[in-house]
Design a protein around this ligand. Structure first.
Ligand code: NAD
Length: 492
């Protein structure tokens, strides 16, 4: 077994969970392997938690709420969250390396984009900690009525494997800033950076129980968290089917939930678009993050009059993109996160061919010269029709489905013809059309002449089956606080 060979990652080598600022083995003693998808080697073993461990983590989180964390001033809380951000940046090289080792994404993405974005998110919400305020309300009668914005309580953050640390930060940062405590459950494939965040929490002096990290399979430990009566809120990112199951289970204990789910986002190219820019945008839209991006622009809608030229250039570009060793700083296209994901992607490619789509780039497993790793070629299909499987289902990989349209109304109708509504984009030089299309699209984010742009200050979340609630921005604060109205009788 390749060791992580990093003395600061003691928690991982000792296969432990973080509960109440203590590193503990799972109560069953079970562990699970973590695989590097670029080499297929087992790189670590982590604890596989069970129901008892969930009980212990929730109890610790509750005790912290009723203890030092609940008593701490908002400003001091903010300072601690800000220290998490600082320490994350101090350890950025090491944590970026972990993110790449368990996920397969290029180290340049982990080092320069994802981990800094997670730190930025923590910093942003640290600033909000002492600015979450209630209001005084001009009610009728001789009363003073005011509101308090209070934490919800114990928040469970359940995250997927595509942006393991960033998506954890999107939840942990507002939850802590608003005074909640957290039980964080990373995906089984990618637990290492969540454990590193746990280490950092201890290092910077978060009180015991404020951030607990529980590793284990979703079907058992995730389910135990969702059913636990001591958890007040679930902040979930993952598959739409899992989101639905969580919503049903959480109903029994009336938990608050926010769901960030799947997508099949349309990327619309109008005939007046800057073609070179739109081709770059289509490429970034589907191939950034190996297409394992919830907002990936996986449906390319191109005006019939420019489609042939567009597709020729786009396919040429895709063919030039080659997969490489994710640890090489020059690599821009890494390995899919797991064997299962590779198989899923290749199955969709076969289905697309069978259903009559035309393969114009990629379509096969890629080899970086080692004969190992879950690499796939950047893949582009042309002549996709709206009823085909690859036009309807989320693939969550680097596979682009191109559909043509005849006019603006047809473009909008096709874009909205999906159960999903996470993101969308339109490419045009006409400002009126840009605003018109932006209003017509049923999506939580619309990009105009760009793709995959995010900022902690801007909300992100879904319409339709892509979920509800918003992450990042001031909107997230609403999902981590509850409002109490206080009435004071002023009648003399
Ligand atoms: P997944 O739903 O299988 O798993 C996500 C997390 O939920 C993991 O931690 C998993 O262990 C846990 N889990 C699984 N079953 C559970 C259950 N019954 N109860 C509680 N927890 C459970 O999803 P995935 O395959 O890890 O991630 C890919 C999906 O995530 C894609 O559909 C993608 O679109 C979506 N995603 C959405 C966003 C967004 O912001 N909308 C971002 C990233 C990924």
């Amino acid at each position: 077994m390749t060791r992580l060979n990093d003395e600061t990652m003691t928690a991982i080598d000792q296969k432990k969970l973080l509960i109440n600022n203590q590193w503990r083995e799972s109560s069953s003693g079970k562990t699970m392997d973590v695989v590097n998808p670029a080499t297929e080697e087992v790189i670590a073993q982590v604890a596989s938690a069970g129901k008892d461990d969930v009980d212990a983590a929730v109890a610790a989180a509750r005790a912290a709420l009723n203890g030092p964390w609940g008593a701490m001033s908002a400003r001091e809380r903010g300072r601690l969250v800000s220290r998490l951000a600082d320490r994350l940046l101090e350890r950025v090289d090491e944590i970026a390396r972990l993110e790449t080792l368990h996920n397969g994404k290029p180290i340049s993405e982990s080092r320069n984009i994802e981990i800094p974005a997670a730190a930025e998110c923590l910093e942003y919400f640290a600033g909000w900690a002492d600015k979450v305020m209630g209001e005084t309300i001009p009610v009728k009668g001789n009363y003073l009525a005011y509101t308090l914005r209070e934490p919800i309580g114990v928040v469970a953050a359940i995250v997927p494997w595509n942006f393991p640390l960033l998506l954890a930060a999107w939840k942990v940062a507002p939850a802590l800033a608003c005074g909640n405590t957290v039980v964080l459950k990373p995906a089984s494939q990618t637990p290492l950076t969540a454990l590193a965040l746990g280490e950092i929490a201890v290092e910077v002096g978060l009180p015991p129980g404020v951030l607990n990290v529980i590793t284990g399979p979703g079907s058992s430990v995730g389910q135990a968290i969702v059913e636990h009566p001591g958890v007040d809120k679930i902040a979930f990112t993952g598959d739409t089917a899992t989101g639905k199951a969580i919503m049903k289970s959480a109903a029994d204990t009336l938990k608050r939930i926010t769901l960030e789910l799947g997508g099949k986002s349309p990327n619309i190219v109008l005939p007046d678009a800057d073609m070179e820019a739109a081709i770059r945008g289509a490429t970034v839209g589907i191939f950034y993050g190996k297409g394992e991006v919830c907002a990936a622009g996986s449906r390319l809608l191109v005006d019939r009059s420019i489609k042939d030229e567009f597709m020729e250039k786009l396919a040429g570009r895709a063919k030039k993109m080659t997969a490489g060793d994710p640890m090489d700083p020059k690599t821009r296209f890494g390995a899919l996160a797991s064997k299962k994901q590779l198989e899923t992607v290749l199955r969709y490619v076969e289905t697309a061919k069978k259903e009559g789509a035309e393969l114009v780039a990629g379509g096969a497993r890629a080899d970086i010269g080692t004969g190992k790793g879950y690499f796939v070629q950047p893949t582009v299909f042309d002549k996709v029709t709206p009823e085909m499987t690859i036009a309807r289902e989320e693939i969550f990989g680097p596979v682009l489905a191109t559909i043509e349209f005849a006019d603006l109304d047809e473009a909008i109708a096709r874009a909205n013809d999906s159960q999903y509504g996470l993101a969308a984009a339109v490419w045009t030089r006409d400002i009126k059309k840009a605003h018109y299309v932006a209003r017509k699209l049923q999506a939580g984010t619309v990009w105009v002449n760009t793709y995959n742009v995010y900022d902690t200050a801007a909300p992100f979340g879904g319409y339709k089956a892509s979920g509800f609630g918003r992450e990042m921005s001031a909107h997230a604060l609403e999902h981590y606080t509850q409002v109490k109205t206080v009435w004071i009788d002023l009648n003399m």
